[in-house]
Design a protein around this ligand. Structure first.
Ligand SMILES: [Zn+2]
Length: 257
């Protein structure tokens, strides 16, 4: 009964806050297939960490925030094969999520994240990119541009499963090579705050996290920052969302006690 009440409270409190916008020509199954293919390439190319405190922290926070996303947005989230890897690269202050829920965290972002709450800011944001399906929205946008149309027409005659998979991979690469739009970033911030709060992580930590990200960017801006909105805009927007999100965090706290 307690779990049912908690779920109801979370659904009511998060209903409007986690709604995503945008056009998508692809199915949820396309997200899963594209993300899995690209994730295999990531795993082959990068040096991954499979044990130790940092690995355990990333797995622990991810599983809690994913569980909240599945509770809030089950139609999409339940069909994803959620997975996170930790990439051993202290110089990369970065994280990303491919379509279908395949995530990567670079060790370089962990000192900036600090606590589990800080890391939940990053992971909530990435999970939101996946559940809002920003990757295939972006591919959709590129398909509708000149480059996308060229690649699409070159491959439009293909019909076998293998060829369709190749087409999906090519289109995914076109889309995945582009930064998310500012609107996608702010949407991922907002939805991610709801997910982390529902998982019992303090959403107010997002302010400190983005201030630390900003302070750390003395030289060349980290990749994650360079494709994201300016810190002052982002922090101002997050402050505006906190009054909606804090009741979610409080509901999650009560149900934990
Ligand atoms: Zn992002």
């Amino acid at each position: 009964m307690k779990i049912v009440l908690r779920s109801l409270a979370l659904l009511v409190l998060t209903f409007a806050g986690t709604a995503c916008q945008g056009t998508n020509l692809y199915s949820v199954q396309d997200d899963v297939a594209m993300g899995a293919a690209a994730f295999d390439e990531v795993k082959a190319a990068e040096s991954l960490i499979y044990s130790g405190p940092a690995y355990e922290q990333v797995q622990r926070v991810t599983s809690r925030v994913v569980a909240a996303a599945v509770e809030i947005d089950p139609e999409v989230s339940n069909r994803f094969a959620w997975e996170v890897v930790l990439i051993d690269d202290d110089d990369m202050v970065n994280a990303f999520c491919l379509p279908g829920g395949k995530m990567a965290i670079y060790t370089g972002i962990l000192p900036v994240a600090g606590s589990d709450d800080g890391l939940a800011v990053v992971i909530g944001h990435e999970i939101a990119h996946a559940t809002c399906r920003h990757g295939t929205q972006r591919v959709t946008q590129s398909v509708l541009t000149e480059i996308g149309i060229e690649i699409f027409t070159e491959n439009a005659e293909l019909s076998t499963d293998q060829e369709e998979r190749e087409l999906a991979t090519i289109l995914a690469e076109v889309g995945l090579g582009l930064p998310f739009s500012r609107d996608h970033e702010l949407e991922a911030d907002r939805v991610g705050l709801f997910y982390m709060a529902a998982a019992g992580y303090d959403p107010r930590e997002a302010i400190g996290f983005w201030q630390r990200m900003s302070a750390g960017g003395g030289g060349a801006p980290p990749e994650w920052l360079s494709t994201h909105p300016s810190d002052s805009t982002r922090i101002r927007k997050i402050r505006g969302i906190l009054p909606e999100v804090l009741p979610v965090y409080q509901a999650a706290q009560i149900s934990d006690s």
